[in-house]
Design a protein around this ligand. Structure first.
Ligand SMILES: CSC[C@@H](O)[C@@H](O)C(=O)COP(=O)(O)O
Length: 312
């Protein structure tokens, strides 16, 4: 099953806001519907956003304003603007050429995830690995298989996975709702942990590697990823645990020199003061809600892409 695809002249994607309770596919036929799906995280994860952006240009039918709206729907994941630009570069050649480029981006993403899974699993040493991860970097964040969770799936398929510690990932619980759902379907052993338990569990020595994805990697290796990644990087360094970023080359933004230039999306108060529609803070409570943080390159042991391994 693909997270996102082009089916019968429209985008078909899994509505991730309904997981793990319901597995429902949305059929998207306009750019406005797609922008709405991206903003409310029905489709999410950097590589999946790249594919969504590319197919979205087909739906835009040459409307430059609609393409600009789509490109700006979420600012941090490099892949969204990249996918839009790649497809839009073929606008002069007509709709067929735009659709062909978008389909190639989808197919390249599938191949990239297979390559990252193998390269990441080859890089790790040991036979009974206990790994920690945050957010969701699985098939749901790509077209198939995923990035960091793709490495974990490959380890599981090779019989080398002892356990995954998956951070629940407040405020939107991508770890609890999506990663746990994917690990269940894989039949992989896992336990969920509260985000604040991450660095303590690293310090206690129960983890062999931290594997995360990336939303944007600056030219110097500084990496934006889901909020909470930075505290895991600090905890991993202190504990001497490898901290590994797994992302396709399409997430590398060579035009951004370092992390301080990365725009971090602020998603507003509601997601923090409410959990799945239930208010948990007093009326009038305000919140800060950065969706991502930036891990400096010196805290990263390796960046595994579909083509190579960087050691910053
Ligand atoms: C393979 S996905 C890499 C990242 O996009 C992922 O770790 C992440 O932070 C996603 O954030 P989200 O806000 O759910 O789109």
């Amino acid at each position: 099953m693909r997270t996102i695809d082009w089916v019968g002249g429209a985008i078909e994607l899994i509505d991730q806001t309904l997981l793990p309770d319901e597995l429902v596919k949305l059929r998207i036929t306009t750019v406005d519907e797609l922008v709405d799906a991206i903003r409310r995280l029905a489709v999410r994860g950097a590589p999946a956003l790249g594919v969504a952006g590319a197919f979205g240009v087909v739906l835009a039918d040459g409307d430059r304003k609609a393409i600009a709206r789509l490109r700006a729907a979420r600012p941090t994941a490099a892949n969204l603007a990249w996918g839009v630009d790649q497809a839009a570069a073929h606008l002069e050649e007509g709709r067929k050429a735009v659709l062909a480029r978008a389909k190639r981006i989808r197919d390249e993403d599938i191949a990239a995830c297979v390559a990252m899974g193998e390269r990441g699993a080859d890089l790790l040493e040991g036979d009974r690995l206990r790994v920690m991860t945050i957010c969701n970097t699985g098939a749901l964040a790509t077209v198939e298989r995923g990035t960091a969770l793709g490495v974990i799936q490959t380890l599981h398929e090779r019989g080398r996975l002892a356990e995954v510690l998956a951070l629940e990932t407040r405020p939107l619980l991508q770890g609890a709702r999506l990663t746990a759902w994917e690990l269940e379907r894989m039949g992989a052993p896992y336990r969920l942990v509260a985000d604040s338990a991450g660095p303590y569990l690293l310090a206690k020595g129960g983890v062999d590697a931290v594997l995360i994805g990336a939303d944007r990697i600056a030219a110097n290796g500084d990496t934006a990823n889901k909020i909470g990644s930075y505290s895991l990087a600090l905890g991993a360094e202190r504990a001497g645990v490898p901290f590994i970023v797994v992302a396709p080359e399409t997430t590398i933004d060579a035009a951004t020199p370092s992390g301080e230039h990365i725009e971090v999306e602020d998603r507003g108060d509601d997601e923090v003061v409410n959990v799945r529609g239930v208010r948990i803070a007093p009326e009038g409570a305000r919140a800060l809600n950065p969706a991502f943080d930036v891990t400096p390159h010196d805290l990263i042991s390796a960046i595994v892409t579909d083509r190579r391994v960087f050691r910053p």
